[in-house]
Design a protein around this ligand. Structure first.
Ligand SMILES: [Cu+2]
Length: 164
């Protein structure tokens, strides 16, 4: 006759508790990471013009691929436009864009609909790769309160339809 050796209830309970806490921890970490991708590098905010950020805006790399380099500062998203010009960037449909950002002064943030929030911290380089497959307009606003004109920090991304 087989002898069933059942572990005591308290051991089962502790194992269960450990399992649950480990999964919760991992889930929390994963969600946090998705919400806030880690920086890909560092840059001296006082010397942006001696870094890759001396060249801003939409920069073609290979066909249908672009780098979009933006410096967030009080209180606009600088992509090389003049301060008073409307902040509009036009991107052809079906483009893959590597959005590269940093901040010159304080913490800003941005979010493209459907993408994780990017927290833009001075000294850190953030990168996000986005495929724009639908022709639509995205309004980007600063998501981190950064001072009196924070609400003016807006940017339009216009994805233009590909020619037939
Ligand atoms: Cu802001």
């Amino acid at each position: 006759m087989p002898i069933s050796k059942k572990p005591p209830a308290w051991i089962i309970f502790i194992c269960l508790l450990c399992g649950i806490s480990i999964s919760l921890f991992v889930a929390f970490f994963a969600v946090n990471l998705a919400r806030n991708p880690p920086p890909v590098g560092t840059v001296d905010p006082m010397r942006l013009n001696q870094s890759e950020f001396r060249q801003l805006g939409l920069i073609p790399t290979t066909p249908q691929h672009y780098i979009l380099r933006i410096v967030a500062k009080e209180w606009f998203f600088d992509f090389g436009q003049s301060r008073d010009a409307p902040a509009i960037i036009t991107i052809p449909q079906h483009s893959t864009v590597t959005l590269t950002t940093t901040s010159m002064d304080v913490i800003h943030s941005l979010q493209i609909t459907g993408q994780p929030i990017v927290t833009i911290v001075p000294g850190k380089i953030q990168q996000q790769i986005i495929v724009f497959d639908t022709a639509q307009t995205y309004t980007i606003r600063c998501g981190a309160y950064c001072g009196p004109k924070h609400n003016q920090m807006q940017l339009l991304l216009v994805i233009t339809p590909a020619p037939e």
